[in-house]
Design a protein around this ligand. Structure first.
Ligand SMILES: [Zn+2]
Length: 213
C-alpha cells in the first residue's frame, strides 16, 4: 500500500515537472514587415515564433492581453461582411458597434483589423519605420478604405492635403465616415477614437483605434 502511494507521488511529481510545462507552454506567432519610406512598400517580411514569456515591451503593447501575437486575436464574422481579426479583449465591443451600425443602415464594404507591421515612429538610416502600428495589436480597425483615404499635410481637411493611401475622401459619399455617421457614433460609444480627428498633419479617415493614433 505504502509503495503504491509512493509510485503515485512520483508519477504526479514527474507529470508536474516534465509534462505540464509542455502542455501549458504559451507560444507567440506573428508575421511582420517594415515600411520602407523610400520604396513606399513593406519590406523585410518575416515570421516570428517565440515563447510568450520573453516578449519585448514593444511586442506586448500597451493594452493588456493585446500583444502582436496571433494567439491574442480572434476572428469576427458578422452577417455578410468580410471576416477580420481583432484582439480578443476588444472583440465584443467592436462586434456590438458594427451590429448597431448595420441596423442603422450604414454600409460597410471593407474592414481591416489585426495586421502586424512597423509603419509608425522614427525612420532609421535605411529609411525604414521602426514602431508597430496599432493594427499590429488588433486594437485598431479600418473601414471602407476605398472611400476614406489617409492624408498627410492635412491639419484641416482641404485641397492642399496629400493622399498617402486609400480612396479619395468625399464626406457626402456613400460609406464615407463623418462625425454624423452611425459607424462613428457607435465606435465612439464603445471607447474608440477616429483617425479623422487626429490632431496634427495626418487625417486617417478609415481608421479607428483605442488611442486615436
Ligand atoms: Zn488604420
Amino acid at each position: 500500500m505504502k509503495l503504491k502511494s509512493l509510485y503515485a507521488k512520483i508519477f504526479v511529481l514527474c507529470f508536474l515537472t516534465l509534462v505540464s510545462p509542455l502542455l501549458f507552454a504559451s507560444i507567440c506567432t506573428y508575421q511582420s514587415w517594415d515600411w520602407d519610406t523610400n520604396l513606399k512598400k513593406a519590406v523585410n517580411v518575416h515570421k516570428v515564433v517565440k515563447d510568450k514569456n520573453v516578449l519585448t515591451k514593444e511586442e506586448q503593447g500597451v493594452v493588456s492581453g493585446c500583444s502582436v501575437c496571433e494567439e491574442d486575436q480572434v476572428k469576427i464574422k458578422i452577417d455578410s461582411l468580410p471576416e477580420f481579426f481583432v484582439c480578443k479583449k476588444v472583440a465584443a465591443k467592436i462586434t456590438k458597434a458594427i451590429k448597431r451600425t448595420l441596423n442603422a443602415k450604414f454600409p460597410i464594404f471593407s474592414i481591416v483589423g489585426y495586421r502586424v507591421g512597423k509603419s509608425k515612429g522614427k525612420i532609421n538610416a535605411q529609411g525604414l519605420r521602426t514602431e508597430f502600428s496599432n493594427h499590429s495589436y488588433g486594437t485598431a480597425i479600418d473601414f471602407n478604405s476605398e472611400k476614406n483615404g489617409l492624408y498627410d499635410n492635412c491639419i484641416i481637411f482641404s485641397d492642399s492635403c496629400f493622399k498617402l493611401r486609400g480612396g479619395d475622401y468625399f464626406s457626402d459619399a456613400e460609406g464615407a465616415i463623418t462625425k454624423r455617421t452611425p459607424l462613428y457614433i457607435e465606435l465612439l460609444k464603445v471607447g474608440f477614437k477616429w483617425g479623422g480627428e487626429i490632431v496634427g498633419k495626418q487625417k486617417d479617415f478609415m481608421h479607428f483605434s483605442l488611442t486615436g493614433m
